[in-house]
Design a protein around this ligand. Structure first.
Ligand code: GLP
Length: 239
């Protein structure tokens, strides 16, 4: 596990964008694993800038997103479907047919999870997976628990996550209680993983990545078993 500590959020975003851009230049049809939340926004803005000035090309890029609230409409401005279109897909030259996100509108959650895993398996595999981290160490929506799932599944959000994510909603009661998420096994299959963390409230979760213990009570610690993980964080998150 490599850790890059940056001065601040902007520097972190530039650092992450350099790595993603290098991958995209090396392999025009790279498969990117994308994350939502506030942390990757700076990275997406950097990628948009690079795309607009012709430095990187999304025309052959494919993407899989980590997770989505469930159930939720694509039109809901809190859906990850909406987020990705707003913050990245509509701003770069990506073919929408090459993007996939667990479908929050699917009538049958279990069938949707199976469809999603099959789509990932049928692809050449994720080249770079972008990850944020929850204050409680969750990755995607894999919540701290005695038991984690390897594959895409429906998850019940913890109180900590509901509270943390309520800042995007009018009321805490509006935060969906469930989500569809890639499992930790699917995340670990990515050839390279970049985890982004910014701010004091991520300090405990990030510190747990710096010793050699692994626990399902902090799902991000499982990343210690992966051979190519880069943690990019700011000084506030590292403490
Ligand atoms: C959500 C997402 C995670 C994300 C986390 C942290 O729960 N499912 O993928 O990492 O929020 O979000 P933020 O970056 O806004 O702190």
């Amino acid at each position: 596990m490599k850790i890059i500590v940056c001065k601040d959020y902007d520097e972190m975003s530039v650092e992450a964008a350099k790595i993603v851009a290098a991958q995209m230049k090396e392999k025009k049809d790279s498969i990117l694993g994308l994350a939502t939340g506030s942390t990757p926004l700076g990275l997406y803005n950097e990628l948009v800038k690079m795309n607009q000035c012709g430095e990187i090309d999304f025309s052959e890029i494919k993407t899989f997103n980590l997770d989505e609230y469930y159930p939720i409409s694509h039109k809901d401005d809190q859906s990850y479907y909406y987020f990705m279109n707003e913050n990245l897909f509509s701003r770069v030259n990506i073919d929408p047919a090459n993007t996939d996100i667990p479908n929050g509108e699917a009538p049958d959650a279990e069938a949707e999870c199976k469809r999603y895993d099959a789509a990932i398996d049928a692809s050449a595999g994720v080249d770079i997976q972008i990850l944020g981290i929850g204050q409680n160490g969750h990755i995607a929506f894999n919540e701290a628990s005695d038991v984690l799932h390897a594959n895409t599944h429906q998850e019940t959000l913890t109180e900590n996550t509901i509270q943390a994510n309520s800042r995007f909603f009018e009321n805490e009661a509006d935060v969906p209680r469930h989500a569809l998420t890639m499992g930790v096994g699917s995340i670990m299959k990515a050839r390279k993983i970049i985890l982004l963390a910014s701010g004091k409230n991520k300090r405990d979760a990030v510190r747990a990545l710096t010793d050699d213990t692994i626990t399902t009570q902090n799902p991000a610690t499982l990343l210690k078993l992966h051979k190519d993980v880069i943690i990019i964080c700011d000084e506030e998150a590292m403490g």
